[in-house]
Write a protein of this length. Structure first.
Length: 149
C-alpha cells in the first residue's frame, strides 16, 4: 500500500538525525574498544592481530584445533596472510602447528603454554569491556527502536 508521501508501508523510513547519532555513538564505542584492546595486546607483547589469532584458536568450536583456512575466515584475512601470521606467531612461541590426525596434509594450529598464558591474562579485562560495550549497544538499540519514535 502506498502512503500519502508516496512510500510503501513495507519500505523502511528514512534514517533520522537521531538514527545517525546512535550509529555514531555505537561506532565510536566500538572503535574505543578496538583501540583499548590493541593497547592491551601491545602491553602484553603481542600485536593486535596476534591477539586476535590467539582468541580465534581458543574460541574455535569443537574438539579439534582450527585449520589455517578456518583461522583466515575468523580473522577475515587471505589464506597466505594467515600463513604468514601463524609463521610469525610460531616463531614467537605463541602457537604450534600439528598435523591433522585423519589427514596428514591438513595442518591445525594450537596454542602453546606461552600463548595460552598471555591470552588468559588478557581475557578477563576484555570480557569486562565487552559487557560494557554490550550495555551501550542495548541502550542504543532501545533508543533507536521504531516503538520509541
Amino acid at each position: 500500500m502506498t502512503t500519502a508521501t508516496g512510500m510503501h508501508d513495507d519500505e523502511p523510513s528514512q534514517p533520522s538525525r537521531a538514527d545517525f547519532e546512535h550509529l555514531l555513538a555505537f561506532r565510536a564505542s566500538l572503535r574505543r574498544f578496538q583501540r583499548w584492546s590493541e593497547d592491551q595486546a601491545k602491553a602484553a607483547g603481542l600485536t593486535h592481530v596476534q591477539h586476535q589469532l590467539l582468541v580465534a584458536i581458543k574460541g574455535h568450536p569443537g574438539n579439534e584445533a582450527p585449520t589455517v583456512g578456518e583461522l583466515a575466515d575468523y580473522l577475515l584475512l587471505r589464506h597466505h596472510s594467515t600463513v604468514e601470521l601463524v609463521d610469525r606467531a610460531e616463531a614467537a612461541g605463541l602457537v604450534r602447528r600439528v598435523n591433522d590426525a585423519r589427514d596428514g596434509r591438513v595442518a591445525r594450529v594450537r596454542l602453546t603454554a606461552k600463548g595460552d598464558r598471555i591470552l588468559m591474562q588478557l581475557t578477563p579485562s576484555h570480557l569486562v569491556e565487552l559487557h560494557s560495550l554490550a550495555a551501550i549497544l542495548d541502550e542504543l538499540v532501545a533508543a533507536a527502536s521504531p516503538s520509541s519514535r
